[in-house]
Write a protein that binds this ligand. Structure first.
Ligand code: G3H
Length: 195
């Protein structure tokens, strides 16, 4: 069985401020995570002949992968965070205050709600199809360094969770979710590398 390792980027400067979207660099804690992750990967994949590291095209995932050396890295636009469109760069408080109808509609149906000029969870799920096909095709381990909404959708696919649960699945920062695909089904382990 070959593992797929899923992780969010290390904490970003926007995470610290509570802003969604954007293309921020890592916070100090995020940088610490990037080094811990590299250590973990080196130990976990020591005996593997090949493996690859997939990131999105956003700085916070690329920077999280930077300390990992010795494995090929691939950037996917399809692994980018849900596009918050008109709400990009705002905090949830700001959205609630300045665009209350948008905030309400999202609360009512987070799966289908599409940000103005942005995406819905259903849009994200659809654009992940080529990534999933490629992941299924891989013989070697893959480390996917991406974003919360995207990882919710990928995790739900491999863990066979229903569509309606996707926007609520817990994918905490600084935690690796390891998925093993064996003949007997899917096994999961979580490694929390820091608080
Ligand atoms: O910026 C987006 C967040 O990672 C997604 O969180 O869909 O729970 O608002 P949310």
């Amino acid at each position: 069985p070959r593992p797929i390792l899923l992780t969010r980027h290390g904490e970003s400067q926007d995470n610290v401020r509570g802003r969604i979207g954007g293309d921020a660099i890592l916070s100090e804690a995020g940088e610490v995570y990037s080094r811990k992750l590299a250590n973990f990967i080196n130990k976990r994949l020591k005996s593997e002949k090949t493996a690859s590291i997939w990131t999105s095209t956003l700085q916070r995932t690329i920077l999280t992968a930077t300390p990992i050396v010795g494995f090929p890295k691939i950037q996917w636009r399809a692994l980018e965070e849900i596009n918050a469109g008109a709400c990009d760069g705002m905090t949830y408080e700001e959205i609630k205050r300045n665009m209350p109808e948008e905030y309400e509609s999202r609360q009512k149906d987070k799966l289908r709600y599409r940000y103005p000029r942005g995406e819905s969870y259903l849009d994200v799920i659809q654009r992940l199809e080529p990534v999933i096909i490629e992941l299924e095709r891989q013989r070697a381990p893959v480390v996917v360094i991406s974003h919360q909404a995207v990882l919710r959708a990928l995790y739900a696919y491999f863990a066979d969770r229903p569509l309606k649960e996707i926007p609520k699945i817990e994918v905490p920062l600084h935690t690796i979710i390891e998925i093993q695909m064996g003949v007997t089904g899917v096994q999961e382990k979580r490694y929390k590398l820091m608080d």
